[in-house]
Design a protein around this ligand. Structure first.
Ligand SMILES: C[S@@+](CC[C@H](N)C(=O)[O-])C[C@H]1O[C@@H](n2cnc3c(N)ncnc32)[C@H](O)[C@@H]1O
Length: 243
């Protein structure tokens, strides 16, 4: 099966989903509050996907300049449509989150810092933070004594750890933790329910490439349903040790 056909199949499933990972507007609001972010600021939404959190940021900080980016043009296109009502103060570009220059008062990154690695990504972003700036990111987080179902869910992310491991990776980057909380339950349901509906819609007549993508999505949802109270992201607001 060609890579191109797999990409097409991936986007057939992921097109029009409201978001590409778990999270809710209240998580964004909590991070803005925890970072004590004033009104006139510059915010980055790195790996913004279809822009759900970018919109929450734009609504919550009407005077902020917001720069969103994602490496996938399909997501950038979707996010641009969604954010058009906010005008020129919100931009969405195709780009690599490893190459941002800032300066930003807040870097928001939901469910994507693991592509760079927590320590590596935070180190890279240090130079893109304005004085007093913060990073808010969510990261897969194991409960104490994870069950086989939870282990199965995170099988494809070998670096997954408990909250202690995440704290250690933050400290290794030279940052301190300002606040942390769990993203669990409803935030995951809001991500998986639209995906389950789309799988059901696309199933009839799916070819081999699309069936493989739908099967993988259905398996992920089944793993989550087996342990919904133990599958979590930790959301952390962090700041460099030396501002
Ligand atoms: C799990 S999704 C999360 C998307 C979004 N933050 C959300 O919560 O809906 C991960 C995103 O990371 C993006 N991504 C991965 N590596 C990237 C990189 N180096 N630069 C920019 N975007 C990246 C993917 O294209 C994808 O949209």
């Amino acid at each position: 099966m060609s890579v191109c056909r797999m990409d097409e199949a991936f986007f057939a499933l992921h097109r029009d989903l409201p978001r590409e990972g778990p999270g809710q507007a209240e998580d964004v609001d909590w991070a803005l509050y925890t970072a004590s972010l004033p009104e006139e600021v510059r915010i980055a939404d790195l790996a913004c996907g279809p822009g759900a959190d970018t919109r929450t940021l734009a609504k919550a900080r009407p005077q902020a300049r917001i720069e969103a980016l994602d490496r996938m043009p399909h997501f950038v296109e979707a996010a641009r449509k969604r954010l058009a009502p906010y005008g020129a103060r919100v931009s969405v570009e195709v780009g690599d989150m490893a190459e941002v220059s800032g300066p930003y008062d807040l870097i928001w990154c939901a469910g994507a810092l693991y592509f760079l690695g927590v320590t590596e990504g935070l180190r890279l972003w240090r130079k893109a933070l304005a004085p007093g700036g913060h990073v808010a990111f969510s990261e897969p987080c194991l409960p104490p004594d994870p069950s086989p179902e939870v282990r199965a869910f995170w099988e494809e992310y070998p670096a997954v750890s408990g909250i202690g491991g995440i704290r250690a990776r933050v400290a290794a980057a030279g940052y301190r933790i300002i606040g942390e909380r769990m993203v669990i339950g409803a935030a995951w349901r809001d991500y998986y329910e639209p995906m389950a509906r789309r799988i059901a819609l696309l199933r009839p007549g799916a070819d081999a490439a699309l069936s493989a993508v739908l099967d993988a999505g259905a398996a992920e949802i089944a793993h989550w349903r087996a342990a919904p109270n133990d599958i979590a992201y930790a959301l952390l607001v962090v700041a460099p040790d030396e501002p």
